[in-house]
Design a protein around this ligand. Structure first.
Ligand code: 9WO
Length: 258
């Protein structure tokens, strides 16, 4: 059986050196590798994702590899020019026939939520553009329509690279076969169907540590009791810390393609 082809994720950035540590660790690393089944090493699942990080500077049209210029209208900082962004998008998109969903990571974007992550995890190709400095010339953003503009939170960073890696992490862990055991992803905070409760607390050995004991029910072997306790904890924490999650309608609207 030839499974579905791996999700292709491109990232366009002026700082490609930021990516290997994140993409080369933990689940994001394993998802990009063929993985032998522990019980049956002849049963190998192919990679579920491939990463392609591209330096925008490689698309500069000048020998100094300069891709930014001062902002028209004045003000501090530099703006990334249209041409290198456009040429890079055309080039990487030509490397795979499947249509890419273009994503720009900016504070002005639609907030990243678990339902949006789930939608993106179902697509064949994602192309993330990470701005830096003061931003990217608006005209190339217009010409790249449709493009999804996404924010990972209400704060300003020095660039879109960390948000791109956050989005990659959130998406890749949902891909079938990415995790060791297939059900872990569906028990976390914000998993679908769990009415968006925060996670319950966790405990491991030893049973007593610095005078603090593990809640008795977790040692009882009573699985229904354990599940009820965890649900109660989750609900209580959500009410205390994030009542907004209980108030809001179930699914935030998903941004249509621009
Ligand atoms: C710079 C700036 C300076 C003064 C006042 C407002 C300002 N906004 C910005 C700005 O948005 N700079 C961006 C830096 C340009 C695009 C890439 N950068 C970025 C992306 N910073 N933070 C993000 C980001 C992306 C997604 N989710 C959260 C933050």
């Amino acid at each position: 059986m030839a499974g579905t082809p791996p999700l292709r994720i491109d990232a366009l950035t002026l700082f490609p050196e930021m990516f290997p540590g994140v993409l080369g660790s933990s689940i994001l690393k394993r998802a990009a590798e063929p993985l032998a089944h522990p019980a049956d090493p002849t049963n190998v699942r192919p990679p579920v994702v491939s990463y392609h990080v591209t330096n925008l500077r490689d698309y500069a049209d000048n020998k100094h590899q300069k891709v930014d210029q001062p902002s028209f209208g004045g003000g501090p900082g530099m703006v990334i020019q249209c041409q290198p962004v456009w040429d890079a998008v055309q080039d990487v998109e030509s490397q795979d026939q499947r249509p890419a969903t273009r994503i720009l990571l900016i504070p002005q974007g639609v907030p990243l939520t678990q339902p949006l992550v789930e939608e993106l995890a179902g697509l064949p190709r994602l192309l993330m553009i990470a701005g830096h400095y003061e931003g990217i010339d608006q005209r190339v953003i217009e010409k790249l329509a449709p493009i999804r503009e996404i924010s990972v939170g209400d704060y300003v960073l020095s660039g879109g690279e960390l948000p791109a890696m956050i989005l990659i992490d959130a998406v890749v862990r949902l891909l079938p076969g990415a995790l060791g055991h297939e059900d872990s992803a569906h028990q976390d905070s914000f998993s679908p169907g769990d009415k968006r409760l925060l996670d319950h607390p966790h405990y491991t050995r030893p049973r007593s540590w610095q005078g603090l004991d593990v809640p008795e029910v977790l040692l009882s072997g009573n699985h229904a009791g354990i599940q009820a306790w965890r649900e109660h904890q989750a609900r209580q924490r959500t009410e205390e810390r994030r009542p907004d999650l209980l108030d809001r309608p179930a699914d935030p609207p998903i941004q249509p393609d621009a």
